[in-house]
Design a protein around this ligand. Sequence first.
Ligand code: DQA
Length: 143
Amino acid sequence: MKILVLNGPNLARLDIRDSSIYGDLNYGELKNLIISASITHGFDADVRQSDDESTIIGWLHEAADEKLPVIINPAAFTHYSIAIRDAAELLTMPLIEVHLSNPMAREDFRHTSVIAGVAQGSIAGFGPNSYVLALIALKNLLQ
Ligand code: DQA
């Protein structure tokens, strides 16, 4: 089954972000991990990244139109993009929110997720494994 795995701003620059927060994988390595874990769990994952809010909204519209499940790391948009939330609300298949770090253990401004309320669930704080856990959760949801 096809799924979209969407990544928000600055995630393509994991190579220069704080590895003590985001781990040691660069974006290419993270993408490879997601693709191979997806195959393991029976998904054909289209893994995308954008720094641009409107591009991410367009991808959510595509997922709504094509009835695709979505795993999303909205990155900083998590904390304030009502536009991404409204687009996510259009999905008819499950949406799972993921984060590499645990935003609840970080600065106060990261403690709010405007996406969580329209997601099936959220998985945060397990580094790249957050995505793997999301794939397992998605598989269980769809069985
Ligand atoms: C993040 C957490 C966000 O607070 C932050 O803005 C990011 C990455 C994560 O994966 O831990 O860019 O979504």
